[in-house]
Design a protein around this ligand. Structure first.
Ligand code: BES
Ligand code: ZN
Length: 651
């Protein structure tokens, strides 16, 4: 869609919104008013196309997926069937699904009668549309298929790549447009689907999914295939397809309390359970803020180290990187983040990937509120300052990298892989926007608004325009002057950070800044007042160090604080970036271990970047050597990010 078309849409909306506002004025603030606003919002969302899906849901829409899949670790494929329940227009002749890198073996109706289908040419980013001819009144299609090695959602790990080293592992990562590489369905976050699944795996392994039914092997023998067993799952609430997730491995479970617990490779279970013992408190805090937890259980699954993200908010089962397991619970804000997505993202979902900030910006805001509730204002303030610092760096980098439009909260992503828009902008600028609103309206009113927003749109998908329409009616009360003075348009569609941003401050981090200054001015690090520093304080300490640092200063820092041996991967990462930048060679073995033992893109990408940028050739040489060793173990997404940096693409 072109920008002028958006402008037209906004104009026609003005009429609708005035009508909605009028209804409120006439009848007072009754639930009917929200209903009127919600109808307006629905109209907006329904007419917003998702440029990253071939589906035409107005004609035929997938409402339920029933998977029957076998995980074959020998051939590294999932194979079986996806039976899709459809809601169709009376005259619908076909249904269009998204697929990518799938071998489609056949399509039938519910009774097993073959249906005609075509697999379109498609494109490298979107994959291929699977168009299935529908007999009159058909409500179900069954697709028989298998995944291929070119798929981007599944990573199959050798035993050596796991913590336990004895069994293989498989996990999926659907967000943003990868689900179509393991399930042929309408892969758009605006097309919510319920699902059920039967997953057949080798007898030694356990399957879990983002659904109910975890850890209940039904012991069912699969005829003709000895040594396998099946697991059954049900997700009875409609979710966006990027949230369908599976993991298979030597997975065990430890309950934290009645409602939540931890899944991990068995050898990791105790450590994982210790690390995430506060999760129940976080759930309580979250529910107090924005309404009842909507998904039944909340569990965390610790993945093997190649998991490419910090965390992924798969419903009922957050996936997390093992790099947050420090032994001292210092990085649990990541779980607060993924938990917050249970509302912002999973309950109310970005309808297109151009609305990604509705997921991530809301979640960063909400995450920090949970942290404040559970760990206090000081810790929450520190995290806010770190986020804001990162945002400023990102805005500067994007501006000079030719991606200036990625500094917008609502960028035009047509023809662009939404993965490329994975920066701090939707996260931190989005959260900053909400904090500006909070500061203006006060917490009580803003919280009431957000709670109402989640209640009004639960189990629905939302666009930026839809959100703005709701905001106008339910928070701004259609006060145009107020909307202008708050610079709402500039926040959402502009490139810069508007000047009414509330710059976060933290007394504790200001104090850290003083210690950095003292050190730079020549103080012996032993004399610095850093006793009992928490993780954010150390992170600030390291990221505030000036570019003028000398190798001698690096040596004294390491001698005093032992950063090279840090068990906290966030601190180690910041230290390794400094070490590369300033040529501190004693840290290089630790750097190599770090890059070859975990594959989180957020850590790998900047480190390879720093290595490639060293003035002498040692950096690029080392980057190439380490990458040659590490790349086969990295997830597709991390390879995609690092390949162009190291420029050493290998098959
Ligand atoms: N939903 C994201 C992960 C994601 C984003 C996957 C885009 C695929 C595409 C998740 O909630 C997230 O934001 N994870 C962060 C951690 C968080 C604490 C900021 C990450 O992985 O770094
Ligand atoms: Zn997130």
């Amino acid at each position: 869609m072109k920008s002028w078309m958006r402008a037209t849409t906004t104009l026609t909306l003005a009429g609708l919104l005035a009508a909605a506002a009028g209804a409120i004025v006439l009848s007072g603030c009754t639930p009917k008013d929200s209903t009127t606003a919600s109808a307006t919002v629905k109209a907006i969302v329904d007419r917003t196309p998702d440029d990253h899906s071939y589906a035409k849901p107005q004609e035929a829409r997938v409402t339920h997926i029933d998977l029957d899949l076998t995980a074959d670790f020998e051939s590294r494929t999932l194979r079986g069937t996806a039976s899709l329940t459809l809601e169709t227009q009376a005259n619908a002749k076909q249904v269009i699904l998204d697929t990518k890198a799938l071998d489609i073996e056949g399509v039938t109706d519910a009774s097993g009668a073959p249906l005609k289908y075509t697999l379109g040419q498609g494109d490298p980013m979107m994959g291929r549309p699977l168009t299935i001819n529908l007999p009159q009144g058909a409500q179900k299609v069954v697709v028989r298929y298998r995944t291929t090695k070119d798929g981007t959602a599944l990573q199959w790990l050798d035993p050596a790549q796991t913590a336990g080293k004895a069994q293989p592992f498989l996990f999926s990562q659907g967000e943003e447009i990868n689900t179509r590489t393991w399930i042929p369905t309408q892969d758009s976050p605006a097309i919510r689907q319920t699902y059920s699944a039967r997953i057949v795996v080798p007898h030694a392994l356990t399957a879990v999914m983002s659904a109910d039914g975890k850890l209940t092997p039904d012991g069912e023998a699969v005829p003709g295939e000895a040594g396998e067993h099946a697991f059954r799952f049900t997700m009875s609430k409609p979710i966006a397809p990027y949230l369908i997730a599976v993991a298979v491995g030597d997975i065990g479970f430890k309950a934290e309390d009645e409602h939540n617990g931890v899944y991990a490779e068995k050898v990791m279970l105790d450590k994982a359970a210790y690390e995430f013992a506060d999760v129940g408190k976080m759930v309580d805090a979250a529910q107090k803020l924005y309404g009842p937890y909507p998904w039944g259980r909340y569990d965390v699954l610790v993945l093997p180290p190649s998991f490419p993200y910090g965390g992924m908010e798969n419903p009922t089962l957050t996936f997390v990187t093992p790099t947050v397991i420090t032994g001292d619970r210092s990085l649990v804000s990541l779980v607060a983040h993924e938990l917050a997505h249970s509302w912002s993202g999973n309950l109310v979902t970005n309808a297109t990937w151009e609305d990604f900030w509705l997921n991530e910006g809301f979640t960063v805001y909400f995450e920090n509120r949970i942290m404040e509730q559970v760990y206090g204002k000081d810790r929450a303030d520190m995290l806010k300052v770190l986020g804001y610092q990162e945002l400023q760096g990102t805005l500067k980098d994007l501006d000079s990298s030719g991606h200036a439009n990625f500094t917008e909260l609502h960028p035009d992503l047509k023809g662009i892989n939404p993965d490329d828009y994975f920066t701090d902008v939707p996260y931190e600028k989005g959260a900053a926007f909400l904090r500006m609103l909070e500061a203006h309206f006060g917490r009580a009113r803003f919280d009431a608004y957000l709670k109402g927003y989640f209640a009004r749109y639960k189990f629905k998908s939302m666009t930026t325009e839809g959100f703005l329409a709701d905001l106008r009616v339910n928070l701004l009360h259609n006060d145009d002057d107020l909307e202008k003075s708050l610079k709402i348009h500039e926040w959402i569609y502009g490139k810069d950070l508007p000047d009414n941003v509330v710059v976060p401050t933290s007394a504790a981090l200001d104090e850290v800044g003083q210690q950095v200054k003292a050190f730079v001015a020549g103080a012996d690090p032993k004399t610095l007042n850093v006793t009992d520093y928490s993780s954010p304080q150390w992170q600030y300490f390291l990221t505030q160090m000036p570019d003028t640092l000398t190798v001698d200063q690096m040596v004294t820092l390491d001698k005093t604080f032992d950063f090279t041996q840090s068990h906290n991967d966030e601190i180690l990462f910041d230290w390794l970036v400094l070490s590369v930048k300033h040529g501190y060679r004693p840290a290089l073995p630790a750097l190599e271990t770090f890059l070859t033992s975990q594959g989180r893109a957020k850590f790998c990408t900047p480190l390879y970047q720093a290595l490639m940028k060293t003035p002498d050739p040692w950096g690029p040489q080392l980057a190439k050597r380490i990458y040659a060793e590490a790349r086969p173990g990295y997830h597709f997404l991390t390879r995609e990010a690092v390949d162009p940096i190291v420029n050493a693409k290998q098959p």
